[in-house]
Write a protein of this length. Structure first.
Ligand SMILES: [Zn+2]
Ligand SMILES: [Zn+2]
Ligand SMILES: [Zn+2]
Ligand SMILES: [Zn+2]
Lengths: 156, 156
DNA sequence: CCGATAGATGCAAACTATCGCATCTGCATG
DNA sequence: CATGCAGATGCGATAGTTTGCATCTATCGG
């Protein structure tokens, strides 16, 4: 193992995704740790993972990692805008690497989940920015309500 | 107390708000219980109450009521569209009786909370309904992002 | 008004998430 | 490469939320 120390670059950092994260963390004054790199590695765009899902996957690569670290790191990544954090009503919040924004409509009555086109959401983003100077990070919205079927069933 | 049974109308139901709720519950096939009436009574438009706030208030009127009942009832009311359920990032979700919709913008970096005019949100509501037939219940949105000050600080 | 029953509540345990503090480590400095 | 320290992690405690099950009750039919 003494030959592994190739020029100071940490082991886990030698993939493009990890390299990108490492740079990004350093740029905002955050430290690069093995835990953070592995936790990021378990996330991907399009996958809704719970904190426990992430913990389970991370544990196989980094035995001994702690749940608190997973939670704290996921919160950090959320604050940095790297991942979305969403309550889809399934008991635990889900985390997802941000790529193209996408959103969900969830029926209060039957639980159906539809996908919502970001094109409908973008005007809101723009309007908020124009009116308040606030830059919203709406990459993965979950809106509750009633699907077409349940809406008519409820009223009639 | 034997003279209290006035025509089968339960004790707690003799206020206009409670009467309205009782009717509404029966209309959707839900039972009317003292717990539900008192829990609704603790909520009001404009007040952000946590589940624990609600529990504390309910307990003074109904000693012995259980936390689970409060949680289950709040979820029921949320599903029925009576109250909004929102994660403002403060640790516990907040519940509020629905009246006029209002929304919040929350800064990831400094924690500032601005109010968001529903006029900016309404077009989204309308567009979703038009496109999907889905009737969204967006009465109390919480959108995270960066406030004007923090947005410039982060980029520059 | 009584009895039957679907469904609500109480209770305890499990699950989800956060926090304080001691220890460890990434990173800067010389 | 050694040293120092701010900050990250591990750990246990605590807060917040959900669930399974036994019991109780609102509601309905008689
Ligand atoms: Zn999604
Ligand atoms: Zn539905
Ligand atoms: Zn509010
Ligand atoms: Zn801010």
């Amino acid at each position: 193992m003494s030959r592994e120390r190739n020029g100071g670059t940490p082991l886990a950092e030698r993939t493009s995704a990890a390299k990108g994260l490492a740079d990004r963390l350093r740029r905002v004054g955050q430290r690069v740790t093995p835990q953070r790199l592995v936790i990021l590695g378990t996330l991907s765009p399009g996958a809704h993972l719970s904190a426990d899902d992430v913990f389970a996957r991370v544990e196989t690569h980094l035995p001994g990692v702690n749940r608190s670290t997973v939670y704290r790191t996921l919160e950090l990544f959320g604050d940095l805008g790297l991942i979305s954090v969403t309550d889809l009503g399934g008991g635990a919040r889900v985390f997802e690497l941000i790529d193209e924004p996408h959103h969900h409509l969830i029926c209060h009555r039957c639980g159906a989940i539809l996908e919502l086109d970001d094109a409908l959401v973008d005007p809101l983003r723009v309007a908020i920015r124009a009116r308040y100077g606030f830059v919203p990070a709406v990459d993965h919205l979950a809106l509750f309500g009633f699907c077409a079927a349940c809406a008519t069933a409820t009223n009639g």
